[in-house]
Design a protein around this ligand. Sequence first.
Ligand SMILES: C[S@@+](CC[C@H](N)C(=O)[O-])C[C@H]1O[C@@H](n2cnc3c(N)ncnc32)[C@H](O)[C@@H]1O
Length: 187
Amino acid sequence: MTGDVEEWLREKGEKVFKKIGIKKGYLVLDFGCGSGNYAIPAAKVVGKEGKVYALDKDETKLNKLTERAKSAGLENIEEIKTSGELMIPLKDKSVDVVLLYDVLHVYYFSQSEREQLLKEVYRVLKPNSLLSVYPKHMGLDEVKEEIERVSFRLESKHFKTLIHEDRYTEGYILNFRKVDKEQKLGE
Ligand SMILES: C[S@@+](CC[C@H](N)C(=O)[O-])C[C@H]1O[C@@H](n2cnc3c(N)ncnc32)[C@H](O)[C@@H]1O
């Protein structure tokens, strides 16, 4: 683990998540969590009353996350190992926040797959809840356009020091609010 990651997991990550709106008691889905650079600090913020569903298709990365969670004394991370399918094994309207951090991009998904994934994210989020995205390998405007097409509205943009590939880097987090489709029709 690099010094940047150590510091991030120890203190900085939590501060960023509190700023962007994650709260104690929340249920958070970290889709494409990798080894937990974001799942770990999110679990610290939501605390014992909350939970982080850490979903990934890569077993080796999930094993690393297990080790990190153990050494941080965290028991509120539920790992979900998938085969890469876009269906999320969670109930409709069951989570408060979905994180798509460095995963919603051209390396992993075609445009139609990204749309399918975003529809799944919409399905599992509670009404009016938060989709938080750390876009990489795609332009911010392109990401915004694709996400807003699936009934989300960009609510805020946060320029932060974040972890990317085990080093600090600066980048934007985009927060989207789930728009109730019935409400949208009635507007
Ligand atoms: C670049 S890493 C980012 C990891 C973490 N979110 C972070 O920012 O540190 C992307 C992760 O998404 C996972 N991933 C990509 N496509 C996926 C899919 N279809 N289902 C589940 N996980 C996927 C990869 O296995 C990888 O761990």
